[in-house]
Design a protein around this ligand. Structure first.
Ligand SMILES: Nc1ncnc2c1ncn2[C@@H]1O[C@H](COP(=O)(O)OP(=O)(O)OP(=O)(O)O)[C@@H](O)[C@H]1O
Ligand SMILES: Nc1ncnc2c1ncn2[C@@H]1O[C@H](COP(=O)(O)OP(=O)(O)OP(=O)(O)O)[C@@H](O)[C@H]1O
Ligand SMILES: [Mg+2]
Ligand SMILES: [Mg+2]
Lengths: 162, 159, 162, 159
């Protein structure tokens, strides 16, 4: 129904504006309906302006900036409509150290509200884990999974990039 | 709703039956390139009824069945079981199987059900059928590169 | 001409097979012409089988494996037809530590033969640099570039993830 | 052929004239997300005649001109100069300019030339017009996801 859509849209829009300012430590972003008269038919557009920069097309943003905008929107949707679990596969790959820290803060902020399954090569993200599983591929082309400690990870699996 | 455990058997590189108990908050999965981490996330997606082989990085759905290696013959079947527990302590296990022949089944607590029943379960517990609970490897920008219309579908589901 | 194409194809095919075995420390890969009778019209297909695994579609490979296969092919093309410079923008993002080392070895192996411009967030890749430039965005939304040392990088720019 | 220096002026986030001397073997460019590293690689691609605004992450070609910030007005023009030196010590500077009006120019040692001349220079020195000298951010898998026919074009150029 139109009212429910507008209620959801306005709420997510607000959460997104707040989360964006949080993860970018400034700047501003907003969601907008392409066709305000017809919300149920209208596409949803995203505008994002990192601190100190001018509002321009999203595609001009850098790889890391786009990832952070996408995470802000994803978590904004979650804030309005929580999901029982959230799977993130290597979302920290394009991020620099400062943004990995902000991503980790987001995880800590939301961790009571959902079950996170995060795949990562990054040591800082690993440090947050309640449980850490190591996956390895045996010589027979078969995967197996073991519970590991952070120290073991760096030693034996040859991973833990930061 | 809590996802207590994921179990894989014959699914992609998990030829051996593998049980993965999930903690309450934050599980981090680590390992070298090609070890099978994304295969675990594929398994959850598949068990929840993913219909597109391409989304699972295959050409046809049978590509999710362990295809063998130089030391190990191919499996005849792939199976993934998701063990849930709701707020009141009621346990529900959602499962999916696929045989090489193409014969497939959805399971709820071990008995055969239709895909529709699995989807109803998802809707009842707020698991997005649009897949917004999952950010696939290399796809974090998906929400941004999606068309304005595709984004609206996500908002419709959330509303 | 057909002969020149076949000569180039066979050479690159050989380099690719060798480089693949090098970066995967085993396994095998090959290039093949979809239509051997008509090379000038034929598409080029890639087959890759990491050690211990079965030959299957490339798309089933992992993110890191695909990146390594792509790098092996890129360098195989380079070996046949060197280019004066080679620009690599964050190709190490999906790689684990072992593969970052192999990627770095590739850089060292080819570095006399071309000028490399590599963008990276990874400390090990930075360690190879003959010259290291740090880019930063000022408050006015303007980028500037300065020559930096590795130690400065970790301290001031807040980067250097591994 | 050696690329001795890249100079940017008004190109994307490089509003100020910025000269980047290149070492003989291995330059590593580092910096935080959004600082301008990929903009440098875009500059090289653009100066070599890139025709697609989309490849440069823009909608129209004028998107490569510094668009201003809350503290700095937009530039009226973008300019990139590539200073080469060949095996015999002969220096050649290839350049490109674009004004907000859309007026554009290719330059060789400061004098106006056509795109065709820039492309001839590339072919003479073996700089791929297919762009195989560049792996863009997030595009390392491009050779694999390309169609078999697209790959053939790359082989044709190499042959
Ligand atoms: N049906 C199958 N049978 C056997 N092996 C398979 C099957 N499907 C995929 N694989 C193997 O699984 C491996 C990929 O696993 P996965 O994508 O989970 O790796 P990953 O741990 O996520 O690695 P990365 O860190 O590079 O992303 C590939 O080597 C692939 O060959
Ligand atoms: N025409 C322009 N005028 C002003 N700023 C621009 C222009 N085009 C792009 N930018 C800015 O440049 C920044 C992107 O720079 P770039 O892509 O080079 O970052 P990066 O250092 O590669 O980051 P990452 O590590 O995330 O990949 C964006 O913030 C964008 O707003
Ligand atoms: Mg993966
Ligand atoms: Mg970049």
């Amino acid at each position: 129904t139109r009212d429910r859509f507008m209620e959801a849209f306005e709420a997510v829009k607000e959460h997104f504006a707040v989360l964006f300012r949080e993860v970018f430590e400034g700047g501003e972003a907003r969601l907008s309906l392409l066709d305000e008269q017809n919300p149920l038919e209208s596409g949803v557009e995203i505008f994002a302006q990192p601190p100190g920069k001018k509002l321009q097309s999203l595609q001009l943003l850098s790889g890391g900036e786009k990832a952070m905008v996408a995470l802000a929107l994803l978590f904004a949707l979650f804030r309005y409509r929580p999901q029982p679990f959230f799977i993130l596969d290597e979302v920290d790959a394009p991020l620099d150290e400062a943004n990995i820290n902000r991503f980790n803060r987001l995880l800590l902020q939301f961790r009571g509200q959902t079950q996170f399954l995060v795949v990562s090569h990054n040591k800082r993200t690993m440090e947050l884990a309640e449980v850490l599983y190591g996956v390895s591929m045996g010589e027979g082309g078969v995967s197996r999974l073991v519970s590991v400690r952070l120290a073991e990870v760096e030693a034996s699996l040859g991973i833990g990039r930061a | 709703l809590r996802l207590r455990e994921v179990e894989l058997f014959g699914f992609k590189s998990f030829a051996d039956r593998t049980r993965i108990p999930l903690p309450d908050d934050l599980l981090v999965v680590v390992g070298p390139n090609g070890s099978g981490k994304s295969n675990v996330t594929d398994a959850v997606l598949w068990a929840l009824g993913e219909q597109s082989a391409k989304t699972l990085r295959g050409h046809k759905m049978q590509d999710v069945i362990f295809s063998g290696s130089h030391r190990r013959p191919a499996s005849g079947m792939a199976e993934v079981l998701l063990s849930f527990e709701d707020g009141e302590g009621t346990k529900v296990q959602l499962g999916r199987r696929l045989l090489r022949s193409g014969e497939s089944a959805y399971l709820m607590d071990g008995r055969g059900v239709r895909l529709k029943d699995a989807q109803e379960f998802m809707m009842r517990y707020g698991i997005s059928t649009q897949g917004t609970f999952l950010v696939e490897q290399g796809r974090v920008e998906a929400l941004l590169t999606a068309s304005a219309e595709e984004r609206r579908l996500i908002f419709e589901e959330v509303a």
